[in-house]
Design a binder for this molecule. Structure first.
Ligand code: ADP
Length: 467
């Protein structure tokens, strides 16, 4: 039950609200109580002051303590209040109702200073459960300037009754409000979390077979919409990666099928009949050998690309000279080009210290030269050049072959892409993809700078400081 976000949110909401309401109610109750007491005390003080003035007047008229006190008490009839007047020895002079001085006796007269009014709460000994507020004051009155004590009490029962009603209202309101708020929170969280449930249901339905499906986006501007959109972005990237892998697998098996079937057919045809000449066997083995070479090159390329994709390719960075690599590869290409009487020209090679993976960069240049040889007709010309432009090394491989058809140019760096008419059974369409990956791995890039009927130029740009 507590594993549900909805339950947890509702409980938290109710707990915090209860705490707030209880603190609020306690504060309100404390203020009420103080106000009530202040009001009660001010009435008591006024009554005490009135008693004092009447007693003073009566004393000035009669001059006899008992008579003045009695007349004072008689003239002051305040409901719910008791009055007792004592002389300076603590003897009661007059009181209302009779005997009240026994219930609320005078504190030791010595403990009260002149004009002092002491206020306190006391239980009523004659009425259990009843509480009274008591004010005791000491006054000195003319004409004899004698000391008198006035004790007035008032019942707190009506005030406490009012307070109890207020307390009940506050305490009853807290659970009621918390209940209503918890119900509202439960309902609101259900509504707010509904898109999350819809998303998770939809996410459960999405598998490798329906990668084009996406999560519902209820409101693109709120946080859940943002989450769904982010998730959909992730799904799109995963779907693209999955699609790329599928295509790679399909293309790879398609490409591998041709050399394998050539090998099988050649072997089968030669085995089908006995008594073949050595020349025939030799021819068959040559076919098998060249197809196997093609196969192993293809497998190696695919392995490199797979490693590049998974990020597990270990690059061996070390310092070397780019110009030397260019020279060596151009010389190797010249050997291949010789068959077609293609001339390999080497332009100005400035000294080019570089830090990178020498073997990979050699392969990059070799792939470009290999293509140049493949796609340049006999007696053509290939040119390799290296120059520095600002902070980059520019490697150019140029040929005067047939060029790349315009519609094919955006795709030549794609894996397994080949211009069918040109390269039937020549390559697997991985050479440029690998060359581009190598350039990028070194922080550079590879692009087709120019292509037309006069030939093609590939340009590799590498940062001078290495990758
Ligand atoms: P392949 O192994 O088929 O050569 P690449 O990835 O190296 O694969 O090249 C992709 C395609 O680009 C080739 O099939 C070819 O049609 C075209 N191409 C590459 N280099 C050249 C070039 N120098 N001249 C003409 N076409 C080229």
């Amino acid at each position: 039950m507590l594993d549900s976000v909805r339950t947890r949110l509702t409980l938290w909401h109710a707990a915090i609200l209860s705490l707030l309401l209880l603190s609020f109610s306690a504060a309100v109750y404390a203020i009420f109580l103080r106000n009530f007491m202040d009001r009660a005390d001010s009435v008591l003080r006024s009554a005490s002051d009135a008693t004092r003035s009447i007693l003073a007047r009566e004393l000035s008229e009669s001059g006899i303590d008992e008579l003045a006190a009695r007349d004072t008490v008689r003239s002051l009839k305040i409901p719910n209040h008791t009055i007792a007047i004592f002389d300076e020895h603590g003897e009661v002079l007059a009181e209302s109702p009779p005997g009240v001085h026994e219930k609320f006796p005078l504190p030791p007269p010595g403990s009260l200073s002149v004009q002092d009014a002491r206020i306190y709460t006391s239980d009523d000994p004659g009425d259990p459960g009843e509480q009274r507020r008591v004010v005791v004051s000491r006054v000195i009155l003319p004409p004899a300037d004698r000391t008198y004590f006035i004790v007035i009490t008032r019942s707190l029962t009506p005030l406490l009754g009012e307070l109890a009603a207020d307390r009940f209202i506050l305490l009853a309101a807290v659970p009621a409000i918390v209940l209503i708020a918890a119900a509202a929170a439960w309902f609101l969280t259900r509504r707010s979390l509904a898109p999350v449930l819809a998303m998770s249901r939809q996410a459960q339905r999405i598998g490798t077979q329906n990668t084009d499906e996406r999560l519902p986006v209820a409101n693109a501007r709120d946080e859940l919409g943002l989450l769904a959109a982010t998730f959909n972005g992730l799904l799109s990237r995963l779907a693209a990666a999955l699609e790329g892998q599928r295509r790679f697998m399909a293309d790879a098996s398609h490409e591998l099928r041709t050399p394998i079937s050539v090998v099988r057919t050649t072997a089968a045809v030669n085995l089908a009949r006995t008594g073949r000449t050595e020349e025939e066997y030799r021819g068959a083995l040559e076919i098998i050998e060249s197809q196997s070479r093609r196969l192993s090159r293809m497998v190696e390329d695919m392995l490199n690309l797979a490693r590049a994709d998974s990020g597990s390719f270990t690059v061996r960075m070390r310092p070397f000279h780019l110009d030397e690599v260019l020279l060596e590869t151009a010389q190797a290409a010249a050997v291949l080009a010789k068959e077609k009487e293609i001339r390999v020209e080497i332009g100005d090679l400035t000294e080019a210290p570089f830090s990178g993976d020498e073997d990979l960069l050699r392969q990059m240049v070799l792939n470009l030269l290999d293509n140049a040889v493949k796609y340049t007709p006999a007696r053509g010309r290939i040119r390799v050049a290296l120059e520095r432009l600002n902070e980059s090394w520019l490697i150019r491989v140029e040929d005067n072959g047939q060029g790349i058809p315009e519609e094919a140019r955006p795709h030549i760096f794609d894996r397994f892409y080949r211009v069918e008419a040109q390269s039937k059974s020549v390559g697997a369409g991985l050479g440029l993809a690998i060359a581009q990956w190598i350039a990028r791995l070194h922080g550079g890039m590879l692009e087709l700078e120019h292509s037309g009927p006069d030939g093609s130029t590939f340009l590799a740009t590498l940062p001078v400081n290495g990758s």
